[in-house]
Design a protein around this ligand. Sequence first.
Ligand SMILES: *[C@@H]1O[C@H](CO)[C@@H](O)[C@H](O)[C@H]1NC(C)=O
Ligand SMILES: *[C@@H]1O[C@H](CO)[C@@H](O)[C@H](O)[C@H]1NC(C)=O
Length: 378
Amino acid sequence: MSFSARNVAMGSREEPKYPHQSKHTSKIYFIFILFLLIFTPRVDSSWWYIGALGARVICDNIPGLVNKQRQLCQGHPDLMQSIGEGAKEWIRECQHQFQYHRWNCSTLDRDHTVFGRVMLRSSREAAFVYAISSAGVVYAITRACSQGELKSCNCDGQKRGRSSDAEGSFDWGGCSDNINYGIKFAKAFVDAREKMMKDARALMNLHNNRCGRMAVKRFMKLECKCHGVSGSCSLRTCWLAMSDFRRTGDYLRKKYNTAVEVTMNQDGTGFKVADKNFKGNIKNELVYVENSPDYCLMDRTAGSLGTAGRVCNKSSRGTDGCEVMCCGRGYDTMRVKQVTKCECKFKWCCAVECSDCEDVVDVHTCKPHKRADWLDIT
Ligand SMILES: *[C@@H]1O[C@H](CO)[C@@H](O)[C@H](O)[C@H]1NC(C)=O
Ligand SMILES: *[C@@H]1O[C@H](CO)[C@@H](O)[C@H](O)[C@H]1NC(C)=O
């Protein structure tokens, strides 16, 4: 939307070509542009689109980067490469976490908003996407540091000498993941856009971005190697390593389920929890401002794809169940043949031989929305 506003703004540069235009017209034109700039919803974090650019990350061509992001991009092209590769991973993780959910984290091809208009709403889903995307940046950069792919960072240099844990003392060795560098860069790059705004949505994004970054740090683990005589663990060398990104994904998915609705303070400096009975701290909770749509029907303005044609599970009562997934519209059943390996035998030595078995399974898919009756009659 603000893309179109930019086109209009560019058009205004051509104004000198039409000197006969009255001042009055250009004034109206100016007000019109101002109106567009103020009232068009802003484009979503377009750095997400870096993942779709592959090896051709050219900072000037990434739509929607703010100045600070463009500068970081130009100063650290190698980091942008990692962020781009990381984007594919966190989007895949998001789709894994939501595969049995009405909203399934699907992306739009060649669309620089990546997730479409769903993200314009300050919903739980937006909270999750912001959190996992900034977690993804931390993860990708930290990993690239450890693999020696980046000029500006390395393994964590603080992890030197001796230390100890519950099992006794050990020597730091190997390469400890430099999570603090990853967090620092992710914060500078990802938060840059939100730092420019001072509205509820910006505060919400900043909060959820931080939750995402911390979610990666939470699952750092100590890995050790034993060097004692005959494999005893009297001498240990250890390093800090990030866990698989799946753990961050699982954690944030749980946080999605318990996300907290907030409203902005009157002075605009922070939030308060909408539920007056809420006890506890929202520091480590995802927060959202608006309720989610039900995502049942195709709705272009809301960016909802609807659930027509989605596969559902007839015997489940959860979000993947046909009841919930199809929003009560019912489902179609198809019998499909499935080939699986079966009757496997162990053959001396050392092979397993199986035969192919054909099963017939029922696949259920959600019915489309019934058209209004008058459409059927005509
Ligand atoms: C997500 O849902 C849409 C329709 O609602 C479907 O077209 C798409 O294939 C789904 N994507 C995945 C990854 O399941
Ligand atoms: C469908 O749901 C049931 C109950 O939750 C579960 O046991 C079963 O494995 C699911 N089937 C498939 C194909 O996912």
